[in-house]
Design a protein around this ligand. Structure first.
Ligand code: SF4
Ligand code: SF4
Length: 189
């Protein structure tokens, strides 16, 4: 198994967790990106009216890692600086089931208010070539507003670590390669 192979490559008594690292540049968020997000949200909010009428259910939010695994995952995503968020583009995977979940969790908000909620969370500066909600401090959406894709995705290195279930062993996150590589301190349970 991959993680055991990694451990055999080192003499250290810790698990290496290998993740990528983003090197995207932070720039002022272009207004056309916000316009594309607005258009996407308007179309999707209209579509979910039909889902509500047919009583279609939403998928429940995926569970988060807990305890030490959550600390390792948080450290990995922080050092990586959101490499996988490049796929979020200007719609952040905010699809119909996700917006239906948000609407049902916030019955006091009408569609216009939900639209405003998301647009107001676009950071003034976002990473070029990454998701519109990818700002300097990371994702500006909290978990309850993120898509099911965002809430359930882990890159290969993190997936291997989490699937291994070995949360009793110290771990070190290694993000990126070459000059851009960063290591975390040894994280202990
Ligand atoms: S899931 Fe992986 S690629 Fe995505 S931010 Fe976290 S460490 Fe980076
Ligand atoms: S919504 Fe957040 S977690 Fe999802 S792709 Fe965008 S920045 Fe990343």
């Amino acid at each position: 198994m991959r993680r055991q192979d990694f451990r055999n490559e080192t003499d250290d008594d810790h698990l290496p967790v290998m993740v990528p690292r983003s090197d995207k540049v932070l720039i002022q968020t272009p207004p056309e990106r916000v316009r594309r997000l607005r258009r996407h949200l308007i179309v999707t909010l209209r579509a979910i009216r039909r889902m509500k009428e047919t009583g279609r259910s939403t998928s429940p939010a995926s569970p988060e890692p807990e305890g030490f695994a959550a600390r390792v995952a948080g450290t990995a995503c922080g050092l990586c600086k959101g490499w996988c968020c490049k796929n979020g583009e200007d719609d952040a995977f905010l699809d119909e089931p996700t917006l239906l979940r948000v609407r049902r969790a916030n019955p006091a908000l009408n569609a216009r208010a939900v639209l405003r909620l998301f647009v107001d969370l676009v950071p003034a500066d976002a990473y070029q070539g990454s998701c519109i909600f990818h700002g300097k401090q990371g994702c500006t959406l909290n978990r309850s507003l993120r898509s099911d894709v965002c809430n359930s995705y882990f890159c290969g290195g993190l997936q291997n670590y989490l699937a291994g279930g070995d949360v009793a062993t110290p771990a070190v996150v290694i993000a990126g390669e070459g000059d851009k590589m960063r290591r975390s301190p040894i994280l202990t349970p």
